[in-house]
Design a protein around this ligand. Sequence first.
Ligand code: HEM
Length: 144
Amino acid sequence: MSEMTAQTPYEILGDEGIRALADAFYEAMDDLPQAAGVRAMHAANLDDIKRKLSAYLTGWMGGPPVYLAMKGTVCLTDPHAPYAIGPKERDQWLLCMDEALERIGASDELKAMLKEPMFRVADTVRNQDSSEPKPRDPNIIAVG
Ligand code: HEM
C-alpha cells in the first residue's frame, strides 16, 4: 500500500518555484491593465518587494520562516497600514496571483489548494470596507 502524504505548497514549489511565483506576481502587476490601481501604490522598481514577497510566501506555504527571521513578525497589518486597501485592491492583488500561478505553470491541484487561503490572507490585509478612503474622524458615539 502506498503512503499518502499531503504535500505543502512549499514542498510542491520549492525555493525556486516560490521565487518564480513572486517574480511572476509583480510582473503580472506590471502587465495587467486591471491591476493598474495596485501597481500605482508600489515603487517604480519592484526588485525589493519581489524578494520580500518570496520570503513571506516561503514561511506561509510551510517552508522555513525566512520573513519572520528578517522582520521578527509575520504581521502584514503594519506594512500595509499606509495604503487604503478595499475589496477592489484586494481583488486586483488576487488577480495578479492567479495570473502568476498561470505563468509559472502551477498545477490545478496547487491552484485549488491555494484558492481559499490566498483569499483569506488578502482579505486580512484589506483595511477598508470600500475602496473609498476612510473618514478620518467619523465622530461616532458608541451606544450600548
Ligand atoms: C490585498 C491587497 C494588497 C495590496 C494592495 C498590497 C500592497 C502592498 C504595498 C503597496 C506594499 C509596499 C510596497 C513597497 O514597500 O514598495 C506592500 C508590501 C508588502 N506586501 Fe502587500 N499588498 C496586498 C496584499 C498582500 C498579501 C496578501 C501579502 C502576503 C501574502 C502581502 C505581502 C506583502 C509583503 C511581504 C510586503 C513587504 C512588507 C515589508 O516591508 O516587510 N501583501 N503591499
